[in-house]
Design a protein around this ligand. Structure first.
Ligand code: NAD
Length: 505
């Protein structure tokens, strides 16, 4: 929020003659309609030029039989406007309902989740005065692709998908965001000491991208120490970029360190659409009482204004909002100190912001309008997925066949005997692993074995492995009553193994 204005191009000025931008508005459930009313009032009074299109998503859509919580009219509006401000919705409990948020992100290709987290101490209690960090989370891939399978009696799997174009887009977005907002450093958090291929790719692409932004400091760290540092020393961070799951976790850590998750807004950005929302949920426990804090949704609305080129209006609103906090106005969730604060409801809080439009904070750093998102990034910005000049040489080396095998005594040597007896020439069993631990040919008797065995099969001698060998292996295993639950081909790309060697190998 507190981007230094120096060296940034000036934002355009929004006036009554600025064309109104069509925006899809979803009032949501629970406290959603109350906080949306308050936010729309502030936007209008601040001079935002919007042409709102109201749509219904969430509980009512679910109860009307739309399993994703959204109907065709709402999709049509989103396709038309390409920009949405969404209040939180209530996801019905029980099976058969899909998460509206995940549906929107995936369908609209909203690949970047941007969550600025700033502290407003002493006006909102926080352990960290001056905290000001932006978490940029990849929003579509990783374990959130939703590809899960039960494979045996004991083993369930969730696929973690990390793609090069996905890494390129999010890393480039993070550096462009830093450049546009005058931020000095981008930190990447991954777990590539363990997930060498997937998280390793994320770090590799991050470092490749960093080379195009020489004015920005970069660092990469392992997610565990990164999260610990974010929770204890958050001022050392500026912009943090991470794959989906880690980004989900650290964005809550950062928001909570800032003071309250109730103040945080987020932007979900795609190539064609963008969706802005508060971080919190629909708070059914306080719905209809007029006491909810509209600040999270207001912050989301300010991010939206920056996105549509009305950064000057966002700037006016944020400065008035900061002054409102300084003047002691507080909704119940951030009310702590009766001597310094005045407890108000949602509408009164909005009125306090409106009456301060044009004013600036006296203690907290004033907000400077960032350059509008529409400003093209510098020419050095790398393209996403440049077409490689030559495709890598890809050679099939073997196949990992996963078996469901659960005798009373789980003896890997016994299984190896059966697999070897089944395999036709030129195939041979190279190793067996269980939960990533080598159990044959060497293995340790102490290793705990589940009913899910990874048998690595290769071709012997001079015979190159062919796809048909995989089919032959599967037929042979089936004929020997071995239960194949999945296969993974083993390739070398330009001589480098495209598979994990696994623990103990
Ligand atoms: P929640 O964020 O709604 O509420 C957690 C606590 O924070 C509650 O005590 C609530 O009163 C308080 N709170 C939240 N926002 C507040 C605000 N603006 N002002 C004052 N207090 C506020 O989380 P929950 O209770 O776990 O979820 C409630 C519903 O919201 C669930 O159906 C959940 O699925 C949904 N949800 C929706 C979204 C979204 O639409 N983006 C996000 C999270 C949760």
């Amino acid at each position: 929020m507190n981007s230094p204005a120096s060296a940034l191009p000036a934002a355009p000025v929004t006036t009554a003659s600025t064309p109104a931008v069509p925006v899809t508005i979803a009032r949501g459930d629970g406290i959603g309609p109350e906080i949306m009313d308050a936010v729309l009032r502030i936007l209008a009074e601040a001079g935002a030029r919007l042409a709102p299109e109201d749509v219904q998503v969430g509980e009512k859509a679910y109860l009307a039989g739309r399993t994703s919580g959204i109907g065709e009219e709402a999709w049509a509006s989103l396709r038309r406007t390409r920009v949405a401000l969404k209040a939180p919705i209530t996801t019905p409990t029980g099976t058969g309902y899909k998460s509206l948020n995940v549906t929107l992100r995936k369908t609209l290709g909203l690949y970047a989740s941007v969550r600025p987290c700033a502290s407003y101490a002493p006006f909102v209690p926080s352990l960290f005065t001056g905290l000001d960090v932006v978490i940029i989370r990849e929003n579509e891939e990783d374990t959130y692709a939703g590809i899960e399978h039960r494979q045996t009696d004991e083993v369930y799997q969730c696929l973690k998908l990390i793609t090069r174009p996905g890494c390129e887009r999010i890393c480039r977005y993070a550096f462009d965001h830093a450049r546009r907002h005058g931020r000095r450093k981008v930190t990447c958090m991954v777990k590539d000491n363990i997930m060498k291929l997937t998280d390793g790719l994320f770090r590799k692409v991050f470092l490749e991208t960093a080379a195009h932004y020489p004015e920005i400091q970069t660092e990469a760290m392992i997610i565990d120490i990164g999260t610990a540092l974010l929770a204890t020393d958050p001022l050392r961070f500026d912009v943090v970029v991470a794959p989906n799951l880690y980004g989900d976790i650290i964005s809550d850590v950062a928001a909570q360190c800032a003071g309250s998750i109730g103040l945080a807004g987020s932007a979900n950005i795609g190539e064609h659409c963008a969706l802005f929302e508060a971080v919190h949920g629909s708070a059914p426990d306080i719905a209809g009482r007029g006491i909810a804090n509209p600040s999270g949704l207001l912050e989301a609305a300010c991010l939206m204004l920056v996105h549509i080129g009305q950064a000057d209006v966002a700037n006016r609103i944020r400065n008035a909002w900061l002054r409102t906090l300084e003047d002691g106005f507080a909704t119940a969730d951030i009310f702590r100190d009766a001597a310094r604060q005045k407890k108000v409801g949602t509408a009164q809080f909005a009125e306090a912001v409106i009456s301060r439009l044009g004013q600036e904070p006296r203690h907290l750093p004033r907000d400077a309008a960032p350059a509008p998102a529409a400003v093209p990034a510098a020419a050095a910005t790398p393209p996403v997925s440049p077409t490689p000049k030559t495709l890598p040489e890809k050679i099939l080396e073997g196949v990992d066949v996963f078996l469901h095998w659960s005798p009373a005594r789980r003896d890997a040597a016994k299984l190896a005997e059966r697999v070897q007896a089944a395999l036709p020439a030129p195939l041979k069993l190279k190793m067996i692993a269980n939960r990533g631990v080598l159990v044959w040919p060497e293995g340790r008797p102490e290793a705990f074995c589940t009913d899910h065995w990874r048998c690595r099969i290769i071709a012997t001698g001079e015979n190159p492995m062919r796809p048909r060998h995989i089919a032959e292996a599967l037929l042979a295993l089936e004929a020997h009553h071995l239960d194949v639950v999945k296969t993974e081909n083993l390739y070398r790309f330009n001589g480098q193994p495209g598979y994990s060697l696994g623990q103990g190998e």
